[in-house]
Design a protein around this ligand. Structure first.
Ligand code: AMP
Ligand code: GLY
Length: 425
């Protein structure tokens, strides 16, 4: 099979790494990829939202399967573009159409969907510029802190946890009146704050059947002890100790199955990943959010634990034959630590020479995120630079290996969190 992966982060490097191990993979391309994916497949310089160029590349290179890594092309309708073009409609694509992508692309849609399908989630209401006075009254009815969410995609910056009524009102004004996130904040979801522990579960579905991938927990904030600004993710671990077989069984019955049934009821032909962010409060799992893709850096710990041929599973998903398959998961623990450029998630420099990543211990995989080749050197090319994943018998061993690797890889301005997993193990 000829496969095209869309995206250029650590998640896409992990996908490429896993898919390249499959005996049924012939040619592997990544658009646009990074220095890590370039060592496994062929990078093609096409932007994920340039559907016309992606389509042309797929025709010219005989692509059988497209795997969409990031949400933006899905929310903008890449699947619809392929389905509506006679020359592309037979190319199989892992990803949902525009309608299904609203699960991530509109928080208001997602909340309505959960409420309609009796899926436990924080109490909330949605407001617009016109109903801003009602929104302020609603804030008064909630206890502090209060959570405000821009409806649309806001590059991970659209959720604010306000610790005072003043902060909540100011945030509301910024989002609705000053259009802080443009169209994405023309609606704001205001919801109650849930105090618990977060964990994410991942579903691969062909619309009828599904397999559950290993769960993971990520660390979103830049500072140790979960302080400071939110990032795309600074590290992740899998498995998560409090996630028992019973927890998973309950999540399947109360969340996964109702979600898939809800999608069918809306006539959404969903083919791809559903990343479900949960908050566990007193043994009850609330859904915080849906994403229509895998997580980054969660993928960098989830895929190394999958023992099955991942391309076989993707192939079956795209043919609606997932019901014939099961997934094998390794009992080993995987951890990853993200090296980032100094200053991230605010402004940072790129073009710094990376050293040490070529000679890491055997149980460590360096998944590149923001990297680029420059002759024989590898340079930093983004905020998140490299995810150092270790696989070991215990989480403690894996964490020690990820931390050791994080010391060995160097570049000017390197920063990483040294406390990944410490709250759990
Ligand atoms: P979301 O994009 O909706 O998952 O929100 C981003 C992050 O904000 C989550 O991963 C949580 O850490 C936090 N968050 C979102 N909603 C809530 C909530 N209702 N209560 C507490 N924390 C929340
Ligand atoms: N690591 C969080 C995300 O991918 O959304």
């Amino acid at each position: 099979m000829n496969v095209l992966i869309i995206g250029s982060g650590g998640r896409e490097h992990a996908f490429a790494w896993k898919i390249a191990q499959s005996p049924i993979c012939d040619n592997l391309y990544i658009a646009s990829g990074n220095a890590g994916t370039a060592r496994i497949g062929t990078n093609v310089a096409i932007k994920p939202t340039d559907f016309e160029k992606i389509g042309r590349f797929c025709r010219d290179s005989d692509i059988d399967l497209v795997l969409v890594g990031n949400e933006e092309p899905l929310v903008k309708g890449i699947v619809d573009y392929f389905k509506n073009d006679n020359s592309l409609k037979n190319i199989r694509i892992i990803g949902t159409d525009k309608q299904g992508a609203q699960l991530e692309g509109s928080k208001d849609f997602a909340k309505n969907f959960m409420n309609k399908n009796n899926i436990l989630t924080a109490k909330s209401e949605t407001f617009t510029k016109e109903s801003i006075q009602k929104a302020k009254k609603y804030i008064d009815t909630l206890s502090l802190p209060v959570v405000l969410k821009a409806d649309g995609l806001a590059a991970g910056k659209g959720v604010v946890i306000a610790h005072s009524k003043e902060e909540a009102t100011k945030t509301l004004d910024e989002m609705l009146l000053d259009e802080k996130f443009g169209e994405a904040s023309s609606k704001v979801v205001i919801e109650e704050f849930l105090d618990g522990i977060e964990v994410s579960i991942f579903v691969l579905t062909d619309g009828k059947d599904y397999v559950l991938l290993p769960e993971a927990k990520d660390y979103k904030q830049i500072g140790e002890g979960n302080t400071g600004l939110n990032t795309g993710g600074m590290g992740a671990v899998s498995p998560v100790p409090f996630v028992t077989e019973e927890f998973i069984k309950n999540a399947e019955e109360n969340i996964v199955k109702p979600t898939l049934k809800g999608l069918q009821d809306e006539n959404i032909d969903y083919c791809g990943f559903i990343f479900i962010g949960l908050m566990v409060v007193k043994d009850k799992a609330y859904v915080l959010e849906y994403n229509v893709r895998m997580g980054d850096p969660e993928t960098e710990v989830v895929l190394p634990r999958i023992a099955s041929d991942f391309l076989v599973l993707l192939d079956a998903t795209s043919k609606k034959e997932l019901g014939k398959h099961t997934i094998k998961v390794s009992k080993k623990a995987a951890t990853t630590i993200m090296l980032v450029s100094g200053g991230y998630p605010e402004s940072y420099q790129t073009g710094k020479v990376i050293k040490g990543h070529g000679s890491l211990p055997k149980n460590v995989i360096a998944f590149h995120a923001g990297t680029i080749d420059d002759d024989s050197r590898t340079l930093t090319n983004g905020g998140r630079v490299m995810a150092l994943t270790a696989l070991a018998d215990t989480a403690q061993e894996a964490l020690a290996a990820s931390n050791h690797a994080a010391e060995l890889v160097t570049f000017e301005g390197k920063y990483y969190r040294k406390d990944i997993g410490k709250d759990l193990f």
